[in-house]
Design a protein around this ligand. Structure first.
Ligand code: AMP
Ligand code: GLY
Length: 440
């Protein structure tokens, strides 16, 4: 079997690591790759965004399955291109990926389908947005409708902040085309929860629940990032809550997409707020989360490849199917380059201690490994040296019987890896750890 993974970050490294376990004899390929994927997959010298060339490449090599990691290629229609070549690709079509690529589309769909989400209005012109802001209570959230790498939502405590955010998006053109339409919505109070649903367009197969930490600073302060860490599973989620999310949120959303002739096959990621009135959707993504995937996949005991393949082939998931999960906890700490999510330097030497190296996801592929180092922004130089090459550099996942154990492993791993201006949060999972500490 030949499998191609599109993308080259930590999420894609984690997908390759899991696929390698599921299919030890498969030929794995990855677009470009990074400093950690070399032992797992053969790099393909094509960009994740170059769908036509990738489809030709995959057709020539008779690739059986392509798994698309990032949202950009999905939004541009890479799955449509692969399908036209008769290739099986895991991920939604361009039309279905609009659930992430256009927040305005997602909100309108949810409104029509009666899916709980924050009250909102969408705007293309600044004057109407300003009028709306002045006549609604704060806090409120101003969002660029298009893709903005997780940085397009501004939580505004004052009307002045909201006006400034709207002006920068609709007036000054921050976020470019993505900000030419904005969604302004009511602020929701509560804890956030990420639910990952593998879906054939009708039914869902749920992965362990996760929480990520989007803010740069400890205590969840500072600017939004792509994600500074995550943990799984989340203990406040019980079967009743998950069932409610399935029946009132996921299934009605999938039904609405089918009615719109945009059936969604792939991974539907529901970012939820657990409010006093129940779970409400903050946003939908059309792909695996990063860094949540690095925390969630080590907890999946059964094959991920099987459902990915079935969904990519357009088959229905077996009724009542469920993934087999490990009874363990996982916690992921992201090591970032100093300055991220603003400007940062690349090319700094990176050293990963041998002790961690042995458990490196890229090398052993050992499920039992309790510390896994997933590479994101790293590159191997011609002379073999590992250097930084991105904002989020590595994700270190600790796995343990308890979350405290997982946290200790993740943080010890993070501390042991050195590069210039390295930055990471030492408090990933703090809410859950406080809950565990408070439990009898
Ligand atoms: P988004 O890009 O829509 O996922 O928003 C990024 C982050 O902003 C979310 O993960 C939340 O932390 C916060 N956020 C977005 N919308 C809301 C909302 N309506 N109420 C409260 N927080 C929000
Ligand atoms: N960690 C948030 C995301 O992947 O969108």
């Amino acid at each position: 079997m030949k499998i191609l993974v599109i993308g080259n970050g930590g999420r894609e490294h984690a997908l390759l690591w899991k696929l390698r376990q599921d299919a030890p004899d498969a030929d794995l390929f990855v677009t470009r790759g990074n400093g950690g994927t070399a032992g797992l997959a053969t790099p393909v010298p094509l960009d994740p965004g170059d769908a036509p060339a990738l489809a030709v490449w995959a057709e020539q090599r008779r690739v059986d399955l392509t798994v698309v990691g990032p949202e950009g290629p999905l939004a541009e229609g890479i799955v449509d291109v692969f399908n036209r070549h008769g290739l099986h690709a895991f991920g939604p079509t361009r039309a279905a990926a609009a659930i992430e690529a256009s927040k305005a589309f997602a909100k309108n769909l949810m409104r029509r389908a009666g899916v709980p989400t924050a009250g909102y209005e969408t705007f293309d012109d600044l004057a109407s947005a300003e009028h709306y802001i002045q006549s609604h209570p704060v806090p409120m959230v101003v969002k660029a409708s298009g893709l903005a790498a997780g940085k397009g939502a501004v939580v505004c405590e004052t009307h002045d902040d909201a006006l400034a955010a709207a002006r920068s998006m609709l007036g000054a053109g921050t976020f470019g085309a993505a900000g030419q339409r904005v969604v302004i919505e009511e602020f929701m109070h509560g804890e956030e929860l990420s639910v990952f649903a593998l879906t054939d367009g009708h039914d869902v197969l749920l992965l362990p629940t996760a929480q990520d930490h989007k803010r740069l600073g400890e205590g969840d302060t500072g600017p939004n990032t792509g994600g500074m860490g995550a943990y799984a599973p989340v203990s406040i989620v019980d079967d009743a809550l998950l069932d409610r999310v399935r029946r009132r949120i996921l299934l009605p959303t999938l039904a609405a997409l089918r009615e719109e002739k945009r059936p969604f096959r792939g991974l539907l990621y529901a970012g939820l707020m657990l409010t006093e009135e129940g779970p409400k959707v903050v946003e939908y993504n059309a792909r695996f989360g990063d860094p949540e995937t690095q925390a969630v996949l080590p907890l999946v005991a059964s094959s991920l490849l099987e459902p990915l393949l079935a969904i990519a082939r357009g088959e229905r998931l077996p009724r009542g199917a469920a993934l087999e999960l490990r009874q363990a906890c996982a916690l992921t700490t992201v090591l970032a380059a100093g300055g991220y999510p603003g400007s940062f330097e690349r090319g700094h030497a990176l050293s990963i201690p041998e002790t961690l190296g042995e458990a490196t996801a890229g090398a052993a592929g050992d499920v039992a490994a309790d510390t896994l180092v997933f590479h994101a922004g790293t590159r191997r130089e011609a002379d073999g040296r590992l250097v930084t090459s991105g904002g989020r550099v590595l994700a270190v996942t600790g796995v343990g019987a308890t979350l405290a154990e997982a946290a200790e492993r993740s943080r010890a791993g993070a501390r042991a890896i050195v590069f210039r201006d390295r930055y990471f949060r030492s408090d990933i999972g703090w809410r859950e750890l406080e809950r565990h500490a408070g439990a009898p």
